[in-house]
Design a protein around this ligand. Structure first.
Ligand SMILES: CC(C)(COP(=O)(O)OP(=O)(O)OC[C@H]1O[C@@H](n2cnc3c(N)ncnc32)[C@H](O)[C@@H]1OP(=O)(O)O)[C@@H](O)C(=O)NCCC(=O)NCCS
Length: 278
């Protein structure tokens, strides 16, 4: 597993679709897009976002009671639509058509246009994240780590016995980070599999060595194997952790995907950011 913290922008590029220069996403690549939602104060920009959404999406947005939730929904939908158009500039952002499968996993209905593109979306306080790849199932999860919830209570309820025991054995000052590492890794795996919480949360578990190396293991009912998976984690701000899970292939020695991390604000800017691996 690779773990990175992100710093300043290194490579700005146009946030407008360019038919002569579509963004390219090769096989074996993962593009991660981070949108810091607290950066939006411009009412005119929000109006432009509304114009990109479908009628149904705008209706759903208007049903959110809290301004913040409404804004986050608007931003999330605009982000996935405008991003897809950066890769496929011939399709206008408002023309993407989405469906949801029986587990709630969204998919692109006019899929044939954008060959084998797979995506996963996550949002938490202050940050929307979209992960894109080709051909392989992908899941992403982001969490804000500065809440004051009952983490150990949640861990006892949702984590496997091994994960809970290992978490509580850590020094107290390390438990918050490990809790969110585990939570986001579990969610990322669930989202890549696409079956939602029908996957028993104790049917797979992660272990960390003292050196920070992570491994996954499964109960036989999952019929899954660790070699088939690539995981990475990022800390894009002081208060966010992102985990990504990509199902590679069960064939031995398939290379890990190459991950690039980008900061994005729809219609405003797009830039690759520098990530330091450790
Ligand atoms: C819905 C779920 C897939 C993720 O929910 P979440 O972590 O609360 O929310 P996120 O923002 O990370 O992800 C939501 C997005 O996941 C996507 N999604 C929904 N169902 C999905 C599925 N079955 N598979 C993959 N992605 C899915 C959607 O894009 C959704 O965004 P949208 O609501 O704007 O359409 C599911 O895992 C869940 O309900 N989790 C609840 C939390 C929990 O108990 N976690 C246990 C962790 S140990």
């Amino acid at each position: 597993m690779s773990v990175s913290s992100c710093s300043s922008a290194i490579h700005p590029f146009s946030a407008e679709p360019n038919p002569e220069k579509p963004l390219l996403l090769g096989c074996g690549e993962v593009h991660l897009w981070c949108v810091f939602s607290d950066l939006i104060f411009d009412v005119n920009l929000l109006k432009k976002y509304k114009d990109i959404l479908s009628v149904e999406e705008n209706q759903k947005a208007s049903r959110f009671y809290r301004h913040h939730d409404r804004q986050q929904f608007l931003l999330t939908r605009t982000t996935i639509r405008t991003l897809l158009s950066l890769y496929e500039p011939d399709v206008a952002a408002r023309d993407w058509d989405f469906g949801k499968d029986n587990y709630g996993k969204p998919f692109i209905k006019n899929y044939h246009i954008i060959d084998d593109m797979q995506f996963s979306i996550s949002h938490s306080r202050g940050l929307v994240v979209v992960a894109l790849t080709r051909g392989s199932p992908i899941g992403v999860d982001v969490e804000a780590t500065n809440g004051n919830g009952d983490n150990l209570g949640l861990a006892k309820r949702y984590f496997s016995k091994e994960e809970y025991a290992n978490l509580t054995a850590l020094p107290i000052e390390d438990q918050n980070k490990r809790f969110f590492d585990l939570w986001t890794l579990k969610e990322a795996y669930i989202k890549a599999c696409g079956e939602g919480l029908s996957i028993p949360l104790d049917s797979f578990w992660y272990e960390f060595t003292d050196g920070g190396e992570m491994s996954i293991d499964f109960l036989p009912i999952r019929n899954d194997c660790a070699n088939a998976w690539f995981f990475c984690q990022l800390y894009p701000s002081q208060m966010h952790v992102i985990s990504v899970a990509v199902k590679k292939s069960e064939i031995e020695n398939v290379a890990d995907p190459i991950v690039s991390v980008n900061k994005y604000l729809p219609l405003m800017y797009a830039e690759t950011v520098n990530c330091v691996e450790y």
